[in-house]
Design a protein around this ligand. Structure first.
Ligand code: GDP
Ligand code: ZN
Length: 366
């Protein structure tokens, strides 16, 4: 790609931020967008290049919650820009936020806020749900809520439609429209590239997007489809032949060939997985129902005697893929910060929840 002059509008800057800055009286202050975050600081980008930026000590002292810290997607006000480094003096007010409740203790913010900002200034969230066996309208609803709560517009992507008939597809669309009202539903198949044009049609120049949805629904596949035909990674756009310079940096923001911007970081990938107790189990209704029959309420369904899930696996009532998928999601949730005791509580309360749910179910049946 040619070295075209980059404008901050290409990075998502628009009138909203312009008027917020005017309101703050910071029009003259240099701004850049946070494109990734690491222990070493924030990587920020403006039309001229990228900098490693740190927040001022003063800001750290006055921060009352995690929300006061910059997050990927933010426009930040800089000072002391030199030698690839900068200091973050402030955050331009956010247009929208994707957040989750912070998982537990030991995060250094006890007694402050338990909200963790995952991404900011997202215009539209594509909530991806696959129409395979693990399709769940409740789960879809959970992700739609996460986006809408933070002021982010939502479009639903029904992925893997190569796996179902046109009739089934139409029934699902109708069901989604009924549940969510006025919402865009994009049908896609990352496998056959079906729906790619439709998806592209929803992406505008200089607008910021993210893909929300459980592991396995096809987010990476869809993003890769969008990136092909010349998509660039964060580090590559407008950089001066710095071959390999940014290769080791985790990519968290992508610039699409048609000018759209996608935030895809680990936080975005995990949002929704750990913040609702019943979240994972809810996505696997069949397994959850079986779990109510396990001998131990805190059964992990991996080795316990009297485990109804293992028994069902043995007899072929649930299939191995589905079981593996379930365990995979659980493991991921563990990895993302739940302490052992929280995990235990979670299982305990889930056990209780299932007992009650089962009673309700039986009651309904008579
Ligand atoms: P992610 O975890 O949401 O990023 O999901 P991935 O993009 O990694 O996809 C998970 C699995 O689903 C992979 O094995 C993909 O090849 C498969 N997959 C993704 N999209 C489709 C699709 O449209 N149709 C089918 N049949 N499989 C798909
Ligand atoms: Zn079990």
């Amino acid at each position: 790609m040619d070295e075209m002059a980059l404008k901050i509008e290409d990075l998502g800057y628009d009138d909203f931020f312009e008027s917020e800055r005017a309101r703050r009286g910071s029009e003259g202050v240099r701004v850049a967008r946070v494109i990734s975050q690491s222990r070493g600081g924030y990587k920020v980008k403006d039309a001229d290049g990228e900098y490693i930026a740190k927040v001022t000590g003063k800001r750290i002292h006055t921060a009352s919650s995690r929300e006061d810290y910059p997050a990927v997607g933010d426009w930040v006000e800089l000072s002391d820009v030199a030698g690839g480094q900068a200091v973050i003096q402030g955050i331009v007010p956010r247009k929208s936020v994707i957040k989750r409740k912070s998982v537990g203790k030991g995060n250094g913010y006890e007694g402050k806020s338990d909200v963790q900002i995952i991404a900011t200034n997202v215009d539209t969230a594509f909530v991806v749900e696959a129409v395979d066996r693990d399709y769940s309208l409740n789960r879809l609803e959970r992700y739609v809520a996460i986006a809408r709560d933070g002021g982010v517009r939502v479009a639903v992507i029904l992925n893997k439609i190569d796996l179902i008939s046109a009739e089934e597809r139409d029934a699902k669309i109708a069901e989604i429209e009924e549940r969510f009202g006025d919402i865009d539903v994009i049908t896609a198949s990352a496998a056959t590239n079906g729906g790619a044009d439709m998806l592209r049609g929803h992406i505008g120049k200089g607008k910021t997007y993210c893909f929300l949805g459980s592991s396995g629904v096809g987010k990476s596949s869809l993003i890769n489809r969008l990136l092909t035909a010349g998509g660039l990674r964060t580090g590559e756009i407008g950089s001066h032949s710095g071959r390999g310079k940014h290769v080791t940096t985790a990519r968290e923001m992508f610039f699409l060939p048609n000018g759209g911007i996608v935030i895809d970081n680990p936080g975005v990938r995990e949002v929704g997985m750990t913040d609702t107790d019943a979240g994972i189990e809810e996505s696997f209704d069949g397994i959850a129902t079986l779990a109510g029959d396990c001998r131990f309420t805190d059964c992990t369904h991996t080795q316990e005697p009297g485990c109804a899930v293992l028994a069902a696996l043995e007899s072929g009532t649930i299939d191995r893929d589905r079981y593996a998928n379930y365990l995979g999601l659980r493991k991921e949730a563990e990895r993302y910060g739940m302490t052992v005791s929280e995990q235990r509580n979670k299982h305990r309360s889930f056990g209780k929840f299932m007992k009650t749910a089962k009673k309700d179910l039986l009651r309904k049946g008579d």
